[in-house]
Design a binder for this molecule. Sequence first.
Ligand code: C2E
Ligand code: MG
Ligand code: MG
Ligand code: MG
Length: 291
Amino acid sequence: RARSLGKGMIQVFEQTMHVNGIEQLKLETSLRLALERQEFVLYYQPVVSLNLGQIVGFEALIRWQHPEEGLITPEGFIAVAKETGLIVPMGKWAIQEACHQLKLWQDQFHGQPELIVGVNLSARQFVQQDLIEQIQEIIEISEINPTGLRLEITESVIMDDVDATINLLKKLKSLGLKLSIDDFGTGFSSLSYLPRFPIDTIKIDRSFVGQMETDDGGENLAIVRTIIRLAHALNKDVVAEGVETASQLAQLRSLGCEYAQGYFFLKPVPADIVTAFVESHPQWDSNHQDS
Ligand code: C2E
Ligand code: MG
Ligand code: MG
Ligand code: MG
């Protein structure tokens, strides 16, 4: 394709590629350093029960506390981390850190409320030979009750070898933890496999929730409704991601969705802030409108 371009364009094109390559390499190097220097932190976003009007847990989300650039969200580095494989040590750190925090919450609240902490597990992490041993060791060292831990996997993890995937998921479940499918509906996995997956929760991708009320044809609303019915038919819990407005919340309620997460409730924040929040709001007032 480059051949049809003028010579100058090719030069620009090559230069751009070159710069991108160098920048990619720079980012990879600084991510490595950041891991060593422990510059990553976890932020937590509440998951609320729409029936109980109460926080039932949090999703742990990684952030890079860059010494010069400030706080960087995964958008800025997660793609490179995945391409380079750095997501493996980075993701392991996130699970360790989330379990450490979960232990503090389990000790503080004694199950009242019982908080479930979700941590994302990317495809590269999922295929590690010693994944089960790693998770088991983290559970033991952190001394958590593993029923409070939820691993979030996407459909991309599931697709390749279905039977091997199911086996692995069963082994994970046997550690006593919970599993959820994240960003459900975006991965085009075969629905026929779904009943065989030992998962507890389906998380509806925020792209559907965000457009649920704005698209003219109502396709997104139809998708959300269908996912909720499907989840219930399979006896799974369903969490709607990316709830930003009171009207989306009302809509989800009327569709029978029982859990939600989104900026309407709270953005991801440091652990001490959500801790204070649970301490002061044991019952979530679902009519609140602050942000
Ligand atoms: P995810 O697991 O689907 O996480 C939900 C994302 O939606 C988070 O983005 C969250 O901040 C954002 N979000 C929540 N509510 C709203 C809302 O109301 N509106 C909008 N526009 N966005 C909302 P974040 O924190 O940037 O994370 C992006 C992705 O990076 C995550 O998507 C997950 O796939 C990945 N990730 C984050 N932390 C980790 C980690 O510790 N390990 C691994 N393996 N992946 C991680
Ligand atoms: Mg997630
Ligand atoms: Mg998600
Ligand atoms: Mg996502």
